[in-house]
Design a protein around this ligand. Sequence first.
Ligand SMILES: [Zn+2]
Length: 338
Amino acid sequence: MHEPGSFSIGSPAANADRGFLESPPADVRGRRIRYVCMPGSPYTGSTLLGSILNRHPACASIGAATGLSRIVELPTYHCSCGKLFTECEFWSQIADRTAELGHPVDVYQTGFWNTQLRVSRNRLVNVALVRSLASNWLNHARDAVVGRMNGISKAVSDMGWNTWALAAAILEKTGKTALVDTSRDHQRPKYLANHPQLDVKVIHLIRDPRGTSASMMKNMGLDVAVAARRWKWYNIEADRVRQYVPADSWMTLRYEDLCADTTGVMDRISDFIGVPRAPMPEGPPEHEQHIIGNPMRLKALGEIREDRSWQERLTKKDLAVIAKIVGPTSHRFGYDWP
Ligand SMILES: [Zn+2]
């Protein structure tokens, strides 16, 4: 069993000690695990990218490693393999293996897996202690104080080891070498980056603010201004986390580029993660897929085409509202609109 050795609460990468914990034993427990995080806004194609990567011979994804959402009705919820989640052997084996590894993850819990960092059930307390305060200066000042609190550093350590155990169990079971976590939580890379057994790579997946806003309006029932503000917030916060990982462990990827040249982008991602390049998967998957998350995960991986439905969905007035809110931030992330 692994001792949950202490590792510092996210500190900027330049100062981070990214050393190994101990000499490696033979099995997965001794190796640093390649762990891909995907912070950013919802409705940017992360489920799509996770599904494509899960078909890569070296990459495994179960969707978001933060677990089943609160709204899931467990007795009737289906794994993407087609079985009821509660009857899928994959998940019972993963749960058992995390326990054997000394950091049990209860995969049958909805609304919260212990792979998430939660130091208080009170949302505001949690935000104050471990979420972004929307300013680098405030975050650093807060972390300097909070990072010395035993309860907080233990929570960060536990969350890291639980995440590691989940990843190790999945990689052992699938025989793959890199875990792809499609959670959009922008704070995950910060808290996982200094884990002694995880080699964290970050893909900041970003989509045109018009496309993302239209999808959020349609799927979440949001007002156009709220959707645009969320796009801005999620992407600024994802980008803020860049300082916690080494420069060569960060990749910014546009959804539109992924759709336009999937093969080329997949090669870039393989090189970035450090796994051999592989041809794009065609036809039905050779192995069962066990992916959780939104209904997109149940769709077959057909021809990959950019969703441009926002062009019909958004009115001139909507576009004006989005332009006003996202303005320079949109340019900063490589879009030439507005
Ligand atoms: Zn399954």
